[in-house]
Write a protein that binds this ligand. Structure first.
Ligand code: PMP
Length: 369
């Protein structure tokens, strides 16, 4: 027997507001074709693996010392990459890094949300935003999107003006629906906001829309752009997220971050991976082409496909999305049931994975006919 297993969660003095909640839970199943967590399907190039290994080896010789608490060298590398990618000159002081952008978002909520404060998002969107709000005891306000999942900017600005949330999340491209938010629409939301506006750009590298990073100098007291190396950078296992904002925002996060949160191994590996950005990001073009091919293939089979600017597609309609999810699994294909009735989300994979997904989709379409 497992020691202590006779006691369940109900017996613990858990915070009342956490009772009955479910943890974030994308199933991690060992199936041949995994298209459910929006990772880059291409493993990192061999030169990157060699460089990361060497850098981690050098860092290992210093493991008896704490890491650079402020990750200054890595932040300079991230600032250089982001300056190039967005044609916006950024300094290391504009950038902050953490263990995945989830930790970035959590630190933002610890600093700008909290008890008595509210955070607002436009749903359906990334399910961790309300979960992080709950964990930091920030009241969550869910505002709707249009029926086609696009952001109704005028309605969004009106809601922001009337609810005056302390934090607003705008996900661009939006997960799980895929659309980007144009800069003009972001300005409309920023002009309406009195609190912090977090533009979550986890999938920005796949998008043809310009980054909100270019607006930081215009909105220094409210705009935060969140980014990650988990998607386009093929570094999901390395856990490195970052943000760009005015230096004062970084000063705010220093008040809530845990000291030495980014290990020397993470810092060394991420900087080494960034030296190979051009090689890694070559896969982005392939994935965007594959996204078009998969969308066209689904359309030809009679599915509705939501236009996507990211590395995934939301599609339907199924009479029962849960049953369709299991039917894909029977074909050895893991997709995501994101809780939108009639819809599933599929990550764009390698050409072979996408072929397997489209073959399964044909099977589902014929089964329905
Ligand atoms: N934001 C969005 C919109 C995401 O989809 C994800 C990953 N699913 C994240 C943030 C967090 O990713 P990570 O913590 O790996 O950076």
């Amino acid at each position: 027997a497992v020691p202590g297993a006779r006691v369940g969660l109900d017996a613990l003095p858990l915070r009342p507001d956490l009772r009955g909640r479910s943890p974030y839970g994308a199933p991690q199943l060992d199936v041949p074709v995994r298209l459910n967590t929006n990772e880059n399907p291409f493993p990192p190039p061999a030169e990157l693996v060699a460089d990361v290994t060497a850098a981690v080896g050098r860092a290992a010789a210093e493991l008896h010392r704490y890491p650079d608490r402020d990750a200054v060298a890595l932040r300079a590398d991230l600032a250089a990459y982001l300056s190039r990618a967005t044609s916006t000159p950024l300094d290391a002081r504009n950038v902050w890094a953490a263990n995945g952008s989830n930790e970035i978002l959590q630190q933002l909520m610890q600093a700008f949300g909290g008890p008595g404060r509210t955070a607002l998002g436009f749903e359906p969107s990334y399910s961790m935003h309300p979960i992080i709000a709950a964990g930091t005891r920030t009241e969550w306000v869910a505002a709707p999107r249009r029926a086609d999942f696009s952001l109704d900017t005028a309605a969004a600005a009106e809601t922001v003006r009337s609810r005056r949330p302390d934090v607003v999340f705008v996900t661009s491209p939006n997960n799980p629906t895929g659309q980007s938010v144009p800069l003009a629409d972001l300005r409309t939301v920023l002009d309406a906001a009195t609190g912090i506006v977090v533009v979550d750009e986890a999938y920005a590298e796949f998008s043809s829309a310009p980054s909100a990073v270019s607006l930081i100098d215009e909105y220094p007291d409210r705009l935060v752009v969140s980014r990650t190396m988990s998607k386009a950078f093929a570094f999901a296992g390395g856990r490195l997220g970052y943000l760009a904002a005015a230096p004062a925002v970084v000063d705010a996060l220093l008040l809530v971050r845990l000291p030495y949160h980014l290990s020397v191994l993470t810092q060394a590996a991420a900087s080494a991976a960034l030296r190979h950005a051009d090689a890694t990001l070559k896969s982005v073009r392939t994935l965007v082409e594959e996204r078009h091919r998969v969308a066209d293939g689904l359309g030809a089979l009679g599915f509705d496909v939501v236009d996507s600017d990211a590395n995934f597609l939301l599609f339907g309609r199924f009479p029962d999305a849960g049953a369709a999810w299991r039917a894909y699994l029977d074909y050895g294909v893991l997709v995501r049931d994101v809780g939108i009735p009639g819809h599933l989300r599929v990550t764009v994979g390698t050409a072979e994975e996408n072929d397997a997904f489209l073959a399964a989709s044909r099977g589902l379409a014929e089964g329905a006919a």
